[in-house]
Each structure stands twice: as C-alpha cells, then as structure tokens.
Ligand binder design. Structure first.
Ligand SMILES: [Zn+2]
Length: 291
C-alpha cells in the first residue's frame, strides 16, 4: 500500500480514539507507577510466548504504550464490544456504490465477515480465560443511497436508505451505532439494542487500501467483492487487527520477525506473531471484564 494510504489509516484510527476519549478520566492511566507495573509484568506466569517472539512482543507493547497515552484507558476496542454483547458482534454494511447487491452478495458478505473474525478469535479459544469458543457475527443493517440497489424483499436486515454522512456516504442510523452509544443506550434505535451495530463494513467504489478502527473497517468495493469468497481477505484481516487495538508497523520492525499481517504488505494472513500480539492485548484488557 502506498504511504499516503498508510498515513491515512493511522489518522483514521487515531481520530476514532480521540473521538471516544472525551469522557475518559485522565488520571486512570497517567500514573507512572501503573505504567511501570505494566512493563514489569511481561515476564509473568500467564505470559509464555514462544522464545523467538518474546522480545519482539515486548517491544511491540512498549511501543504502543509510548505511542498511545491512553492505551489502557480506551474503552471501545473490539474486545470491549464483544464483551458488552456477551460474545457476539453486529455489523452495518455501508454500500457506497451504485452497483446493485443481490441477496447472494448480501449473504456472502455476512459470511465473509464471520469467517475473518473467526480467524482472529480462534487464536484466543481456550487461551488466557478468553470466554468464548466461537464468536457469531451478524449483519443487522444495510445502508445504501437508493432502495433499488438492494435486490431483496425479505426483512432480515434493517435498511437505511438515503441517510448520508457529512461527506455524502450512506450510513446506518447513528442511534444504532455503538461508536456514538458506548454506554449501551440504544433507546433511539428503531430496533433497540437487539438491532444496534458495533462496527461498520464500509465499502466504497475506488477506495485504495484500507482503514480500520473501533468504528469498523473500510475498503474498496471492487477489492472486497472480488475477494468476498476467499479464505483470507487480507486487507479486512489487517483492518480488524486495528479494531482489536493492534498497531501498524510502517517505520519499525520488532526483533525476530519480518513478515506478519499487521506489517502491511508483508503477509496475507494472520501469522503466529499476529496471534501472539492479539493475545497480549487481550491479557492486558481482561481484568476490566473480571477475567
Ligand atoms: Zn494498518
């Protein structure tokens, strides 16, 4: 991916962080002693990564701590969404295109998101008190410019037609969007909490590369529909990594590894190193869920 796109990814992710930080109390994470404790806990009984990854993983965590001052104060990682729902994730698809969507395409998209999230979460199964053996993913809403683009008549998903964001892109109702309702109050969502969505899969004609964050993932519509039946949709997998809190590696490489998914362009599927980074993130967050 070109650097311009990469810089954009980082910005988008950070803007998501910043937007959601306004309610967080700074004192919780500003304590130097807390930071010292986090660094000291790496050699611990619950942390036994393979020897060849141990140093690199430690570097990754310290790098994120120094890059993101609120790393452990942020409360809308994909992990938080998952736990708030009791082990499920719900989606809105933002169809920023004038290409019609058949029922088959709709169902392929739901299956593709499920398949990619399962690849991340299977690395957590049975590990570090992660409480779910599998994570169901359901698309509950679709947004499009015009009803005629969505070629089904059943009511299996909520439709949001002509609801555009400030830049003119179709979106599902903000009242149903966790990004705006992290307190879990979906009382203004037409379908209530059961039809809220945690993330958006935003598919845009002509969009290069990808973007990801707590709000979801965005990719080119052409890329996505060309890859929708692939086992590994690698840009989506990478952007989902950002939803889990994982960082980019544009300007440095951890000791002992060279090719892995979160180092964009160097791998097309989740590697063991990516898996261990996700486990490291989970083990640092799990105490907030009492696990
Ligand atoms: Zn990235």
């Amino acid at each position: 991916m070109p650097r311009r796109t990469r810089a954009r990814l980082r910005r988008l992710w950070r803007s998501g962080l910043v937007a959601a930080l306004t309610m967080v109390v700074a004192a919780v994470f500003a304590s130097p002693s807390a930071a010292a404790n986090r660094q000291a806990d790496h050699p611990s009984p619950d942390w036994t990564p393979p020897t060849q990854y141990a140093q690199g993983l430690d570097e990754v965590w310290r790098h994120m701590e120094s890059t993101y001052g609120n790393l452990l104060g942020f409360r809308n990682y994909g992990w938080d969404q998952l736990m708030a729902n009791g082990g499920r994730l719900q989606y809105c698809v933002r169809w920023e295109s004038n290409t019609p969507v058949t029922t088959q395409m709709r169902d392929q998209i739901n299956a593709s998101i499920q398949r990619q999230w399962s690849k991340w979460f299977e690395g957590l199964r049975g590990w570090g008190n992660f409480p779910y053996a599998s994570v169901p993913v359901q698309v509950v809403g679709w947004a499009a410019r015009d009803r005629s683009l969505l070629q089904w008549n059943d009511n299996s998903v909520d439709l949001y037609i002509g609801n555009l964001d400030g830049a003119g892109a179709p979106r599902c109702a903000p009242a149903c969007d966790r990004f705006y309702h992290q307190d879990g109050n979906y009382s203004q969502c037409p379908g209530g909490a059961a039809r809220h969505f945690d993330q958006s899969l935003w598919l845009t004609d002509g969009f290069g590369g990808g973007a990801g964050g707590d709000w979801g993932q965005r990719m080119g519509r052409e890329y996505y529909m060309g890859a929708v039946n692939q086992d590994n949709i690698h840009i989506l997998l990478h952007e989902m990594g950002h939803t889990l809190g994982l960082d980019d590696f544009y300007d440095w490489t951890p000791t002992g590894v060279s090719n892995f998914l979160m180092r964009a362009g160097s791998a097309t599927q989740i590697t063991e190193f990516d898996r261990w980074m996700s486990r490291d993130f989970w083990r640092h967050l799990r105490s907030r869920y009492g696990l």
